[in-house]
Design a protein around this ligand. Structure first.
Ligand SMILES: Cc1cc2nc3c(=O)[nH]c(=O)nc-3n(C[C@H](O)[C@H](O)[C@H](O)COP(=O)(O)OP(=O)(O)OC[C@H]3O[C@@H](n4cnc5c(N)ncnc54)[C@H](O)[C@@H]3O)c2cc1C
Length: 414
């Protein structure tokens, strides 16, 4: 692979950019691979990447029914943070956040990681108590966060109205090294690196069935024919239940639509990410100047990958109280994705009842931030059969009541 560098750009500028290679190949599927990953979202691609990078497993295909990064990975609002309450969550999300810090160099692809800081507002006494507790837990976990008072909130984000009539801002949980990254670039960077290792990324190829022999996975049936494998990773977010059904087991997952919207672009006015969980909204400003806005999930299960007007109205109405300047903006566009939500709001990275078949799902409304950490851990699980980062995230924890309750940290926003 030709490396991207300032010298490469200068050289290509001199020859009318005729010498660039395609970022990834589009091969026809082989009859068999060592590993098949279903789903070329961030988590699937990262899993493939770390299988190659950390374990030398490169006879890998990533199979995608649409185009790579076209699922939730290309639809999210890109918030990255690791200030979760429970130890297993903090471990995997902090691993992920730290991998984001060096991802551009690692992949030789600019993912525009911007550690601008994430502020989660406390707008009730209950939230103040909850976030103080999380700050203490984070200190023990080695995750750098702090609880800040209302005066400091106003200093960090001057455009905010902290004296709102319904929910005045009482403080906030501040993670200064949280932030955002360019979502498409994360998918593209991993895809390019996987392709460079000789892995096959097969787009426009839907998995329709999972084949097994004596309780062990043997391959998948796809719209491009049957493809064999020794190990299978299902990494399809909102479609995880469908894939599980194909393999003959059930997952404790609900699929719901989650939406976001952006305003017209305006001059820079906000250089952090704000989440307001009490009123159900979160906000950041993109590099293009648009205000990027998200809210909560739809209140009913569905698979329609689009937004609905009542949600836009609810989310904007909620945020206008804390950000009155939003009332003056025109909204440019809205969209939706199908997210996979578990009962305890924590993911599933697990072996399954089918030997050789692994599942990575349940990231719900907050899995963009987890892409590198999840890929790292899932690759270890698939290569070695266990990973310290995934031990608690088994699909059986719901049977045994061993929940990893993140409803405060992840129940609403991201
Ligand atoms: C509006 C919105 C805002 C969000 N905001 C944030 C945020 O700010 N921060 C954050 O951390 N997270 C956020 N998220 C959540 C985050 O986007 C997801 O958790 C994450 O992108 C999931 O990545 P993935 O790779 O698991 O899934 P996806 O990116 O959805 O990839 C799964 C892929 O599997 C493919 N697939 C499905 N079925 C099949 C099949 N049968 N055969 C082949 N391929 C198949 C799909 O086409 C898809 O491309 C948000 C989500 C949405 C929708």
């Amino acid at each position: 692979m030709k490396r991207y560098s300032v010298f490469a750009i200068a050289r290509e500028a001199l020859r009318q950019h005729q010498g660039w290679n395609r970022a990834w190949a589009s091969p026809e599927p082989r009859s068999k691979y060592d590993v098949i990953i279903v789903g070329a979202g961030g988590h699937g691609l990262a899993t493939a990447y770390y299988l190659g990078k950390n374990f030398g497993i490169t006879n890998v295909a990533v199979i995608e029914k649409g185009w790579l990064g076209g699922g939730n990975t290309g639809r999210n609002t890109t918030i990255i943070r690791s200030n979760y309450l429970q130890d297993p969550s903090a471990a995997i999300y902090e691993k992920s956040r730290s991998l984001y810090e060096t991802m551009s160099q690692d992949l030789n692809y600019n993912v525009m990681f911007s550690p601008r800081g994430v502020l989660m507002l406390a707008q009730t006494e209950h939230e103040v108590r909850g976030y103080k507790r999380t700050a203490q837990a984070n200190a023990l976990q080695g995750v750098t966060t702090e609880f800040v008072d209302a005066k400091r909130v106003k200093e960090i984000c001057p455009i905010m109205n902290t004296d709102g009539p319904r929910y005045p801002v009482l403080g906030g949980l501040w993670q200064a090294r949280g932030g955002t990254a360019r979502h498409d670039a994360v998918a593209w960077g991993y895809a390019r690196a996987c392709s460079d290792m000789g892995m096959h990324i097969i787009q426009q190829c839907e998995v329709k069935g999972v084949t097994t022999d004596g309780g062990k996975v043997t391959g998948v049936s796809t719209t491009k024919g049957d493809i064999g494998c020794d190990k299978l990773g299902m990494v399809v977010a909102g479609h995880a239940s469908h894939l599980a059904q194909m393999a003959g087991f059930q997952l404790p997952i609900e699929s719901v639509a989650l939406q976001a919207l952006v305003s017209e672009p305006i001059k820079p006015c906000m250089d952090i990410v704000v989440m307001a969980n009490t009123v159900h909204g979160y906000l950041s400003q993109s590099d293009k100047g648009e205000m990027v806005i998200g809210g909560g999930t739809d209140g009913y299960n569905n698979y329609t990958q689009r937004g609905s007007f009542h949600h836009v109205e609810e989310t904007v109405r909620a945020l206008v109280e804390t950000f009155p300047m939003l009332a003056q903006l025109k909204m440019l566009r809205q969209w939706g994705g199908i997210v996979d939500v578990t009962g305890d709001r924590s993911p599933i990275l697990s072996k399954t009842p089918v030997d050789g078949c692994f599942v990575n799902c349940g990231w719900g409304t907050g899995g963009f931030k987890a892409i590198p950490g999840s890929g790292w851990a899932m690759a270890e699980l698939m290569a070695k059969g266990h990973s310290p980062l995934t031990e608690e995230f088994t699909m059986n924890r719901f049977r045994h009541g061993k929940f990893i309750d993140e409803s405060v940290a992840a129940g609403v926003a991201h």
